[in-house]
Write a protein of this length. Structure first.
Length: 289
């Protein structure tokens, strides 16, 4: 079993251990999960399900067989008890379940979409763009948002993907369900922003180095550190078109060392206002699809 599947099973087991038991004595409907085992039935209330879901509202509005109206109906569901339990906890006035992974979130979101639980979908949309998901796997968040046609969440996630190499991102099942158009939008964002950021890499004439520009013949030349910085920055921006890396102390120090000029480090420090303005110009570029 793959690591993702193992983690999903373990997290589902933890969810189930902490889950509310839907065994209300006044229940008037039973939802049967796809497993035939203990705690696989959820004794619920029609009025709550109907109020939260047009799907269940229409179902319960259908004519009933008079011969079985005195019995509590059992409705077979295709969802597992873990997913069904989490879905019902979102629907009922209970504490929301703790969704620990994108695997859990996409499963519950799929069920909520299937049965048209609008309130649950709204809650999960907010959770999808939580910082810990966006920072750990922005490309997958984008894929999930695109899969379920969540335009605002896809836009938010697209900005976070700028900090990763999209083409090297791990494959996920969610990529199977998004359109070529959505994926192309993301690639176009990266390409356009990279081209625009590279075009901003122009050094002003007042940036000087005491050693590189110390003679009459070199006074108008560009400091050696800039040649190294520009080369390195172009490479970095081509895969991650953000300012996160190229203005870091470590990155600038590498440019100074590569210049093989003893005074270039001081020139970089003296150019902080220029670099600050360049960083702002890159940060201000369009950053979403």
């Amino acid at each position: 079993m793959c690591a993702i599947s193992i983690n999903f099973v373990l997290s589902c087991a933890l969810m189930n251990a902490q889950r509310h038991r839907f065994d209300f004595p006044d229940a008037d409907v039973v939802l049967q999960s796809c497993e035939q085992e203990e705690h696989a039935q959820f004794h619920a209330h029609r009025c709550i399900l109907a109020a939260a879901s047009p799907f269940f509202h229409d179902m319960f509005s259908l004519p009933q067989d008079p011969a079985v109206t005195h019995k509590v109906p059992i409705i077979p569901m295709s969802e597992t008890k873990y997913i069904l339990g989490a879905l019902l906890e979102f629907v009922y006035p209970l504490e929301d379940p703790h969704i620990q992974s994108l695997n859990e979130l996409v499963s519950v979101l799929g069920a909520a979409t299937k049965y048209d639980f609008a309130g649950v979908i709204t809650t999960l949309r907010k959770l999808l763009v939580a910082s810990h998901f966006l920072e750990s796997d922005p490309t997958r968040v984008y894929a999930i948002a695109s899969r379920f046609e969540l335009e605002e969440e896809a836009r938010i996630a697209s900005k976070y993907t700028l900090s990763v190499q999209v083409l090297d991102a791990p494959l996920s099942e969610d990529l199977k369900y998004i359109t070529a158009y959505s994926y192309r939008q993301l690639l176009d964002l990266h390409r356009r922003r990279a081209d625009a950021a590279v075009a901003l890499l122009k050094v002003p004439s007042d940036v000087k180095c005491m050693q590189c520009n110390g003679s009459t013949f070199s006074v108008y030349t560009i400091p050696k550190w800039w040649y190294q910085y520009e080369r390195m920055a172009k490479e970095e921006l081509s895969v991650r078109p953000t300012s996160d890396v190229i203005f870091g102390i470590g990155f600038l120090a590498k440019a100074a060392m590569a210049s093989e000029c003893q005074r270039c480090a001081g020139s970089i420090l003296d150019s902080w206002k220029f670099l600050q303005g360049l960083k702002k110009a890159i940060d201000d570029l369009p950053s979403t699809i």
